[in-house]
Every structure is written in structure tokens, then in C-alpha cells.
Design a protein around this ligand. Structure first.
Ligand SMILES: Nc1ncnc2c1ncn2[C@@H]1O[C@H](COP(=O)(O)OP(=O)(O)O)[C@@H](O)[C@H]1O
Ligand SMILES: [Mg+2]
Length: 231
């Protein structure tokens, strides 16, 4: 198993957010985590990445527990993160973002990322502050890719983007999926989640309360509505 999260408990200043999360993701698999605002999706992603320190539980990458290890250890083990809000630096250029993140050798280089997302090539000398939301999102994805991850973790990549731009992000993710890259994606945009993921998990109050194939989840609209409070 590429990623296994076992009984993960985490929170902030004594308030518990994750109440024992269990999930697993196979090599090359893609899984979406859905759930209403505030249920703990970002806390889960940040606990996996070492940005939030879980109080108990395990985050196994290829069988090795990296819970409570720093983000650099997760990156080294092959996990790339595209954080909620993108976190692009205002005063670095597109190319500088990619160069400082290019650690591991592999298929993804500054050049191949710009081939995948030509807009980044066109904007190569522009500063983060000069990019549109969609361009920043592409850059956040490119920055994770140049680390040559085995698993890409994305936290609400559609956030704040116009529908056409969400479609472009979806196209990029679909192409990455076809290369065998595993994806763990948190999304509010169900269309994007369904396009990218084979399997759907739903979180409520810091726990995974539903797991099914994407097809099964889509076929039972009533249940989806009950779980998410959306159509
Ligand atoms: N840095 C933080 N400090 C304190 N509380 C936080 C912090 N980040 C999130 N929370 C709280 O943790 C809960 C879960 O938040 P979050 O993981 O961001 O949920 P989601 O991503 O599902 O919207 C919320 O009640 C939120 O207010
Ligand atoms: Mg969130």
C-alpha cells in the first residue's frame, strides 16, 4: 500500500479535529475526500504532510510510519502537496518557484512541467503576484511535480476558480493520472472530484463515514445528498 493512515488523531490547542481517521491508497490509485466545510479535510491533509502534528496514529508510506516527521521527510518519501490556497510566493517568478522545488531527479523537470502546462512557460518570468488564480494553481501543481512524487495530495484545487479554469485543472490532473501518478484530492467541486478519482471517501466530524467507488457514489444521489448536503 502506498499510503495508509491508521487511527489518526489530531487537532489544535487541545481541540480535537481528527477522531481516528483510517484510509488507504494503492500505488497509482486516485481517491477523493469529500465533506462539508470544517469537518477536518485540511487538517487530515496537513497531518499526512507533517504540517500538523498528530497526537496519535500512523501515516505509513510504503509501510514506513512517517507520522510526526517533518514535511521534508514526506517529500523525500514521494509525497507532493498542492496546499489549499496555493501558497504561491508573491515575489518569486514562476521559474524560480519551480527551480527551488526541483529536488529529486525524474520525469518531471522545469521543462517537462512547462510542456504539460504551457501557460507556465509563457509566464515563466512573471512574479507570483502577477498570476491569475488559475495560473497560481497550475504553478502549485508544477511545484509539487518537480519533486517527482509518487503521490500527489491536492487540497481544494478548484477553490476560487472560474468553471472553465477548473476544467483546465481537471484536464491536467487527468493527464497526470494516466501516467500512473497516485492522487489524493480534497474537493468541493464534485465534477472535478468525480473526473479525477476512482474512489470517494466522505468525512464528517473528523472521521471517514463513507467509502465507495466513484460510480457507486454517483449512482446513489440520495445518499450523496445526505452525506454532503448537496444535490
Ligand atoms: N490553525 C488552526 N488553529 C485552530 N483551529 C483550526 C486551525 N485550522 C483549522 N482549525 C479548525 O479545525 C476544524 C477543521 O478545519 P479544517 O481541517 O480546515 O476543515 P476543512 O478543510 O474540512 O474545511 C475547524 O473547526 C477549524 O476551525
Ligand atoms: Mg479545507
Amino acid at each position: 500500500m502506498l499510503l495508509e493512515v491508521k487511527d489518526l488523531v489530531a487537532g489544535y490547542d487541545g481541540s480535537r479535529v481528527l477522531n481516528g481517521v483510517n484510509l488507504s491508497l494503492d500505488t497509482g490509485e486516485s481517491v477523493a475526500v469529500l465533506g462539508r466545510n470544517g469537518v477536518g479535510k485540511t487538517t487530515l491533509m496537513e497531518s499526512i504532510m507533517g504540517l500538523v502534528r498528530p497526537s496519535s496514529g500512523q501515516v505509513l508510506i510504503n509501510g514506513i510510519d512517517l507520522a510526526r516527521k517533518p514535511p521534508s521527510a514526506l517529500a523525500k518519501a514521494g509525497v507532493g502537496i498542492v496546499p489549499q490556497g496555493r501558497r504561491v510566493f508573491a515575489s518569486l517568478t514562476v521559474e524560480e518557484h519551480l527551480l527551488i522545488s526541483a529536488r529529486k531527479r525524474g520525469e518531471w523537470t522545469v521543462k517537462s512541467v512547462m510542456e504539460l502546462m504551457p501557460r507556465l512557460g509563457e509566464r515563466r518570468t512573471n512574479l507570483g503576484s502577477q498570476l491569475s488564480g488559475g495560473e497560481q494553481q497550475m504553478l502549485a501543481i508544477g511545484r509539487a511535480l518537480v519533486g517527482n512524487p509518487k503521490l500527489l495530495v491536492l487540497d481544494e484545487p478548484s477553490d476560487g476558480l472560474a468553471p472553465a479554469v477548473v476544467g483546465q485543472v481537471g484536464d491536467v490532473l487527468t493527464r497526470l493520472r494516466s501516467t500512473g501518478l497516485a492522487v489524493l484530492i480534497v474537493e468541493q467541486d464534485l465534477r472535478l472530484a468525480f473526473d479525477v478519482a476512482e474512489r470517494v471517501l466522505v468525512m464528517q466530524k473528523g472521521e471517514i463515514v463513507h467509502s465507495s467507488s466513484t460510480a457507486e457514489f454517483r449512482a446513489d444521489g440520495k445518499r450523496a445528498h445526505a452525506l454532503l448536503g448537496v444535490g
